[in-house]
Design a protein around this ligand. Structure first.
Ligand code: ASP
Length: 438
């Protein structure tokens, strides 16, 4: 049995927490390969080392050398080594790292040093080899993971090692430059290591005891989710349930490796298990979870006989392509179509230009733009087994006095997405939770 364990920023925040991590790892001989994040926040209002490092990057960009921000990074690592009581040449390592940051001069390299340094220290404390992600995680020229190369290199690096620590979050481009995944990307690194190691399970250790049925900032103490399918996870994490990076399922899904979300600070809690559909046990609940995000724009188009106009959607999508804008959803009817788009990608005049282009390309009878839309995803395999789910959902929303702006039920019966005005977001989530969970 091989367990790959990834520890997140809070688990790595200070020396006391690193000791907890070591205790967890040492308590089970199957926990062989450890992937670490950079130290995160120790308390509310604290800074994550990764954020400090982006500050270091700005310093280097402006002045050519590291300065005050780097001192803060040093203080964090000095503290960790001191609290661990570890005899480790951390000053020397931090000095070398500063010179490298000044030499390499990229944001990604600078940001990646949090995981690099944390990994080195964790490996020294556990007395196991350290694997630099730069040597094993490879990207293609267009910035995607080079899976074939990466899995082979990780496998070879692990071969013959009983245990090892791998730095999360970064890899290397074909030009030999360090590149990071998107924020929170150590989850992806962990999944890659799990896949390459042929792990029995990918344990993802964080600061909560798994997924909750909805955001606890909106509904106090929502019920926990014991088991999720990969698909449910993808839907929920994409829509804002941010326990796990939404792309981290891909490496493990292909190999049917379950993910187990565990709490470093309450290791006895069961956590959430994420399983392939073949191993998924129906919980009996109609809805597994609710997630959502604000800040979407909906462009609504209407044109008589749209359904019969060959190439209508194609021409609309060509306008999106021209402006390099991706869409989240396109619910459509026979004469109508809505483009749901992340508002951030439409800032700086893009929305106006895009609308003009669409108008010129398809000559709609009507075109309306709704700003400030929130999307709420109601997710669960159970929905396909039950009659009347939509009726219950929309009845609950109507009872809360909320006007639904958009509905998209995907094609899998796994997910119903509802668009409402952002000001109604919290009220809608509460109403849906009450309907399906209380
Ligand atoms: N340290 C990185 C971040 O803060 C990556 C990670 O923790 O997964 O985003």
């Amino acid at each position: 049995m091989i367990k790959v364990c990834k520890f997140g920023g809070t688990s790595m925040a200070d020396g006391i927490n690193l000791r907890r991590v070591a205790d967890i790892v040492n308590s089970d001989p199957a926990r062989r390969y450890i992937v670490v994040s950079a130290p995160g926040k120790r308390y509310g209002g604290d800074s994550k080392v990764t954020d400090l490092l982006y500050g270091v990057w700005h310093e280097v960009e402006e002045t050519g050398s590291v300065g005050e921000a780097y001192e803060k990074v040093q203080t964090r690592f000095f503290g960790i080594v001191r609290e661990l009581g570890l005899n480790y040449p951390v000053e020397e390592l931090l000095g070398e790292t500063a010179r490298e940051i000044e030499r390499e001069r990229t944001a990604d390299f600078t940001a990646s040093r949090g995981e690099y340094l944390a990994g080195k220290i964790m490996a020294a404390y556990l007395d196991v080899p350290f694997i630099d992600a730069r040597d094993v995680m490879k990207f293609t020229a267009d910035g995607r993971l080079d899976s074939a190369k990466t899995y082979t290199l990780v496998k070879n690096a692990l071969k013959g090692k009983r245990r090892a620590v791998v730095a999360g979050f970064y890899g290397e481009t074909p030009e030999g430059k360090v590149k990071t995944f998107s924020r929170g990307g150590s989850d992806i690194s962990g999944a890659i290591v799990a896949r390459a190691a042929g792990a029995t399970v990918y344990e993802n250790w964080t600061d909560v005891s798994g997924f909750l049925a909805c955001d606890p900032r909106i509904v106090p103490s929502p019920v926990g989710i014991r088991a999720l399918s990969y698909k449910e996870l993808r839907e929920l994490s994409y829509m804002g349930a941010n326990v796990l990076h939404s792309e981290s399922i891909f490496p493990v899904r292909e190999a049917n490796i379950p993910i187990l979300i565990k709490n470093t600070f309450r290791p006895e809690d069961e956590g959430t298990e994420i399983l392939p559909i073949s191993k998924y046990r129906y919980s009996g609940r109609v809805v597994t979870g609710i997630a959502g995000k604000k800040n979407f724009t909906v462009i609504f188009l209407e044109k008589s006989l749209m359904n019969a106009e060959i190439g209508f959607t194609y021409r609309v999508l060509a306008c999106l392509l021209k402006h390099n804008v991706s869409f989240e959803h396109i619910p459509s009817g026979i004469d109508t179509m809505s483009l749901v788009i992340d508002s951030e990608t439409l800032a700086g005049g893009v929305l106006e230009e895009l609308c003009e282009d669409i108008r010129a390309a398809v000559h709609p009878d009507a075109m309306r733009v709704f700003n400030d839309i929130a999307l709420i995803a109601v997710v669960g395999h159970g929905m396909s087994r039950s009659v009347g789910v939509s009726a219950r959902l929309f009845d609950a929303i109507a009872r809360a006095g909320v006007n639904v702006r958009m509905i998209d039920q995907g094609s899998s019966e796994l997910n119903i997405i509802v668009g409402v005005d952002s000001e109604n977001y919290e009220r809608t989530v509460r109403a849906v939770y009450e309907e399906f969970f209380q």
